[in-house]
Structures are given as C-alpha cells and as structure tokens.
Design a protein around this ligand. Structure first.
Ligand code: SF4
Length: 161
C-alpha cells in the first residue's frame, strides 16, 4: 500500500495549491535571472520611480508576482501621496526588495549606470517565461495588471470579508 504524507484527506494539498507553489518557485528563478542580467548596472536608488502617481508609471504584475507580494507582505494601506504602498514611510526604500516585481527589477531611468546597452533580449525571454508560468495557474488572465490595481482589488475583497 502506498504511504501518505498526511493523515487527514482534508489536509491533502489540492492540485491548485501544488501548482501555485510551483509557480512561486519558478518565479524566484526568473527573478534571480533578471537580477543576474542587471548585475552590471546600478542607479542612485532614490526611490523616485516608486512614486507611482507622480511618474504616472507603475509595474505591471502577472498573478504569481502579486501572489508572492500579498502572501509574504500583506496589504499595507494606500499612501496619500499615491506612491507604491510597499515603499517605506520616508519614500526612499522598497520594503519588499527581495520580492519586488519583475518590472521593478528591470526598470531604470536615464540615471542608470553600467554598460551602454541594457539586456533587452534576456528581459524579453524572461517575460515570456513569466507569462507562461502565470498562464498555467491563471489561464483566464491574459495580461499583467498594474500593481495599484491588484492592491486596490485585494483591499476591497478584504474589507468585504
Ligand atoms: S515594489 Fe518596491 S521597488 Fe517596486 S514600486 Fe513598490 S516600493 Fe518601488
């Protein structure tokens, strides 16, 4: 007879949970590769690109990226200044740096320092892989969504509970 790793059938991991866990592992690999591709580059780390309302630009996340942020870091309240809710109070540092989305790892403003050319091919390959990972767990989600949209929706769901 085959041995089981759990006693109660109710506690057996569901197929969807296994798929989500796998997606998060793959996401970490993608993030590591993005960091490697950008290792020769740096920036002044001013936090200005995290001022989302001011820049009118925000990271767009596939489902596993949002899942990682929300599950590990919860839902901070929206900020009055419209900046990313995961920015620290002083508006300088990302409080979720190790888990920051792909877009935050690969976006640099004109003050980027490093080689003359950014690794566009590597970013493109990794983005396609990220899309495939997301599609496996959320096939109906055909595109990434802005960070603030994920955040507002999750807050609203939480308030209704
Ligand atoms: S997740 Fe971090 S790096 Fe990305 S916008 Fe928010 S504070 Fe900035």
């Amino acid at each position: 007879m085959q041995e089981r790793d759990w006693d109660d059938e109710d506690e057996a991991p569901q197929a969807s949970e296994i798929a989500e866990a796998r997606a998060l592992r793959e996401l970490r690999v993608i993030y590591q590769r993005a960091d490697t591709a950008y290792a020769p580059f740096s920036c002044p780390a001013s936090g200005e690109c995290c001022q989302l309302a001011r820049t009118q630009r925000q990271p767009w996340l596939w489902h596993p990226e949002w899942q990682l942020l929300a599950s590990r870091h919860g839902l901070p309240p929206p900020r009055d200044d419209g900046a990313c809710p995961y920015l620290d109070g002083a508006g300088k540092r990302c409080t979720v740096y190790a888990d920051r989305p792909f877009g935050c790892r690969t976006f640099f403003c004109e003050r980027i320092r490093g080689p003359a050319r950014q690794p566009a091919e590597a970013v493109d390959t990794l983005l396609r892989r990220l899309e495939a990972v997301s599609q496996r767990v959320r096939p109906h989600l055909k595109s990434p969504r802005p960070l603030l949209e994920w955040h507002a929706e999750a807050l609203s769901l939480e308030e209704r509970r």
